[in-house]
Design a protein around this ligand. Structure first.
Ligand code: GLC
Ligand code: CA
Length: 555
């Protein structure tokens, strides 16, 4: 770290001391699959609005809503055609405004997703670029090809979804897309691009949103000259530097964004999705004049093993502390296999790699009971840590990855672009079960003729929010208690103090409370002076059973 930075950052930390986002529990709404208000089988704003009381009861501080902008949905809305309008399948701008207001009335902050790395190929700018309108290609990354007739892509980069990162247009030029061909990358060296996004931020801040989750925040700046990447993979968790990712030039962009946000009261905040190769690199996004927080993904890459979890947690806390930012804890999201399923198979000894070694996971039978026990325990670990915690919709219901979706219903572009070798992310995006004994389980209103956009498994009848709300031992009841108890025990409890613990066990104190996590195979006795305040396994008193987390207090 640069000399002098530490002092500045300490002042910074002090200045931030009382902000809601430093300790928030944020619920991720994957809008397409949350709740369908108009009965077309696709989640929407009306559905989300009708379920706000559920989120208030869960006790979350904020919701992050996956992209709701006008989009042809080539990548579930991450291909935006108009950043200032809502997709008609989700509702209208007026409905979005009403949602923001109503959420605020219930004490819930609203954080939409912003997608600055690319647009849809249907965005007016890209259509103008394809038409060859003067200067329009400069806003994207167009290049001539290599080879005698330009028939080879300009460099060797590959798309995160598989296949080359370049597509050739009719007149022979190529354009860059780090994701699907329908998601052309923007050229962030172009002043129009910078101006446009700062205006989009203002557009939504003026409508009351409390911040943004920034999609692919590490991708906006590319190494000048676009050199070949060689064997370095494009995926998310590369340990080698890659010319498309995490370039230093990206930080000037966020300094501009922060200046925009700083003009608003109450404060507006940013959360970066930045898959970078070290906590030190991540901390750069969190400098005082840049972003407020960033996802730290090692927690969800960690196997269910005390030693690995402890290392990941300690490193993440140290990385964030170095710049005075709160650490963030994520167990899953709409891009990774659900927690229950990751924990339902044998646990590797290392952090899992790109795409969570999907193929390997799928060849081993899943023991969902074990997966659910561990996921409950992981939730209590997550919610006991300092900083912000993210709950991906359905995590609170203990949903598993739907691994047996018929191939013909798959919508994730990864499936096609990988040449049908990677099933992609649809399995964690199946619409939520709310009530009733058969599909759509209350996802769509009664009497709707359309089925949910992805089919729900028959056994979700026993996982609906309705069934779980009535069961004192359910996942949902555990989450509700945990979010409430967190406020009392942990919210302002100070730093983690590690305690010595037997192999396979993780134990720490924060303030007057302790958190014990048993990832091993044997029961662990608790000291006699401790009382269990909350346990992930029902009915626990003097010990911590395997795959269990307990929150304990003295006395
Ligand atoms: C992010 C999103 C993912 C999307 C990609 C391209 O990683 O979380 O869902 O496919 O960006 O926008
Ligand atoms: Ca709908």
């Amino acid at each position: 770290m640069a000399a002098g930075m530490e002092t500045i950052e300490h002042e910074h930390a002090a200045a931030r001391a009382s902000s809601w986002w430093q300790t928030a529990v944020v619920y991720q709404v994957y809008i397409r699959s949350f709740a369908d208000g108009n009965g077309d089988g696709i989640g929407d704003i009306a559905g989300l609005r009708s379920r706000l009381p559920y989120l208030a009861e869960l006790g979350v501080d904020a919701i992050w809503i996956n992209p709701w902008y006008r989009s042809p949905m080539a990548d579930a809305g991450y291909d935006v055609a108009d950043f200032r309008d809502i997709d008609p399948s989700y509702g209208t701008l007026g409905e979005a405004e009403a949602l923001i207001e109503e959420a605020h009335r219930l004490g819930i902050k609203v954080i939409p997703d912003i997608v600055p790395n690319h647009t849809s190929d249907q965005h007016p700018w890209f259509r103008a670029a394809l038409r060859g309108a003067r200067g329009a290609r400069d806003r994207y990354v167009f290049r001539p090809g290599r080879g005698p007739n330009g028939e080879l892509p300009p460099n060797d980069w590959v798309s995160c979804f598989g296949g080359p990162a370049w597509t050739r247009v009719a007149d022979g030029q190529w354009y860059l897309h780090l994701f699907a061909p329908a998601q052309p990358d923007l050229n962030w060296e172009h002043p129009d691009v910078r101006r446009e996004f700062e205006q989009v931020l203002r557009f939504w801040f003026d409508r009351g949103v409390d911040g943004f989750r920034i999609d692919v925040a590490h991708g906006l700046a590319k190494t000048p000259g676009l050199p070949d990447a060689g064997t370095r993979i494009p995926g998310s968790q590369h340990t080698d530097p890659h010319p498309a990712w995490d370039q230093d030039a990206v930080h000037a962009i966020y300094r501009g964004w922060r200046a925009v946000a700083n003009r608003y009261v109450p404060e507006r905040i940013f959360i970066a999705e930045a898959w970078v190769r070290s906590n030190e690199r991540l901390a750069r996004y969190l400098r005082r004049d840049e972003l407020h927080t960033a996802f730290q993904f090692d927690f969800l890459r960690s196997p269910w093993r005390a030693d690995s979890l402890r290392t990941v947690i300690a490193d993440a806390m140290a990385g964030a502390a170095a710049v005075g930012a709160p650490p963030t804890w994520v167990l899953s999201n709409h891009d990774v296999p659900r927690t229950v399923t990751r924990y339902a198979r044998s646990q590797p000894s290392h952090l899992v790699e790109s795409e969570w070694e999907r193929a390997r996971w799928a060849t081993e039978p899943a023991d969902h009971d074990t997966g659910r026990r561990r996921a409950r325990a992981a939730a209590l670990l997550q919610l006991a840590l300092p900083g912000t915690a993210y709950i991906y919709q359905g995590e609170e219901l203990g949903l598993e990855e739907v691994e047996d979706l018929p191939h013909d219903v798959r919508q994730d572009p990864t499936w096609v672009q990988s040449g049908f070798t990677d099933v992609g992310r649809d399995g964690c995006r199946v619409p939520l079960p709310w009530s009733d004994c058969s599909a759509p389980y209350g996802f769509s209103p009664g009497g709707s003729s359309a089925s949910p956009w992805l089919p729900q498994p028959p056994h979700w009848e026993s996982h609906t929010a309705e069934v779980q709300a009535a069961d004192p031992n359910s996942f949902l009841t555990l989450y509700r208690s945990a979010v409430r108890t967190r406020r009392r025990l942990w919210e302002n409890a100070g730093p983690v103090e590690w305690m010595s613990a037997p192999a396979g066990v993780l134990a720490f104190a924060r303030g007057g409370a302790q958190c014990w996590v048993n990832t091993g195979a044997d029961n662990v006795e608790l000291p006699a002076n401790l009382t269990v305040a909350l346990s992930s396994t029902p009915g626990v008193t003097g010990c911590v059973p395997p795959d269990t987390t307990v929150w304990v207090v003295e006395g």
